[in-house]
Design a protein. Structure first.
Length: 95
């Protein structure tokens, strides 16, 4: 089962690189976020009841979301670091 809140919109093929995924420990739930942190997709495997208890589903969603958010923030920090290096390198070349 998959839920995409933006299923009616079209996305270019390049947008796939701008997403960040997180998966719970049981690999039952996957959450994908856009660069801005908005939800791209929430996927729950069809046989989820054979993997986790229904009471654990919310926790699995939260774990997958947390991991996707961490991946997004790590990527954001890495981009900022690379931008700073590039900017710093350009400033040093002009001196």
């Amino acid at each position: 089962m998959s839920w995409n809140p933006y299923a009616s919109t079209t996305e270019s093929a390049g947008d796939a690189d701008d997403s960040h995924a997180g998966v719970d420990d049981t690999e039952t739930v996957t959450v994908t976020l856009h660069d801005d942190g908005d939800l791209d997709e929430l996927t729950i495997v069809d046989d989820w009841r054979s993997r986790i208890d229904p009471e654990s589903l919310a926790g699995a969603v939260f774990t997958a979301y947390s991991r996707a958010e961490r991946a997004r923030l790590d990527d954001e920090r890495e981009r900022a670091r690379l931008d700073a290096e590039r900017t710093g390198g350009a400033e040093n070349a002009h001196q």
